[in-house]
Design a protein around this ligand. Sequence first.
Ligand SMILES: [Ca+2]
Ligand SMILES: [Ca+2]
Ligand SMILES: [Ca+2]
Ligand SMILES: [Ca+2]
Length: 363
Amino acid sequence: MRKLLVSTLAVVGFATVAVAQESVLVFDIRNNTVGNQSIATPLGVFANGQNVGQVACNGGRLGDGQVLRIMPTHAGNALHTGTKFPNFDADANSATGDLNLWLVVKEDTNNAPACVGDVISSVGVDFNVTSPGAPKNVIGSMAWTWSAAVTWNGTANGVYAGGNNGNYTGAKAVDVPVNATPAYDTTGGAVPGGGEVVGLPDNNAYRVGALRVTGGARNCTFAAGYTAASTYTIKMAVNNLLITRTCSNASVDAGELVAMGYGDPSGASLCGSPGEAPAVNGSTSGATSAAPDAVVIVAEKGDFNNNGNVTGADNGGFGNAQVAGAAITQNQLYLGEFNGNATVTGADNGGYGNAQNNTAVCP
Ligand SMILES: [Ca+2]
Ligand SMILES: [Ca+2]
Ligand SMILES: [Ca+2]
Ligand SMILES: [Ca+2]
């Protein structure tokens, strides 16, 4: 631990070298389990864009699931319960959802001599939320957990700032490849080319953790533009543990160049490269992503005209979702899917009708 921290501190202050990326951190609502969550063989809807700017980045693979749609929490009825799409966290609660964080580890590009036996030795990352206008549905809470995909010597889950739409700070994990023997051992660590076989064309990825987001109590002050006001962007930032790489040889690292995000889920077209540019230097505490890395939309299922309520004015949008077929968008599928089978058909009429019948129940 001590040796790692010394080497970590030693590289603080190096200027960012924005010529390449050595690792990528990217959110996706999928965890790559089979079926609806596979990133290597994605459900067709993910190839149709994320509906915030309508950008489809890479055919639906890793990075095309950066928009998390969750319902607000209802106290007066059960509208947010059940197994409606996407239900990727499998808790039968549409007010909760996961932003899985994937780490892609590429070869080092700025070490001298070239890094041997390299492993990601620390990941310290914050998640900064931008709150839009009003009236809106709020984010109620966020909670981070590290996954078992990477073996770390120590982790800290960090804290949610509290209140509505606060930031999440202090997620930290450290891997110490040098043990007391002393033998250099990267077993279980995040190494170049390791991880699961998933979507990026030039490397594999590890699912290092997940940020679980829960919608707050439904706000019933409805207005046009309600969905836009209930749309939050999240940007990653390096925190004081830094994001670092350790080598088994005596190489000097000019900093881990981390691409935060894959394209911009809020709409700017940054598709076509495996990782958002410019990369940030993981040795710079506070360095932050230039573009949003995830979007959270707290929206009522059935509200196709984006005013917060589910009424006859939404019938046209619901009908369009039913006939969209293979061209259905992520937004249409989220809004129109009520019976948990990841398609919008007449079998969803009952759930949609129930949403209309209960739309006056607040919260
Ligand atoms: Ca859920
Ligand atoms: Ca480097
Ligand atoms: Ca509506
Ligand atoms: Ca359905």
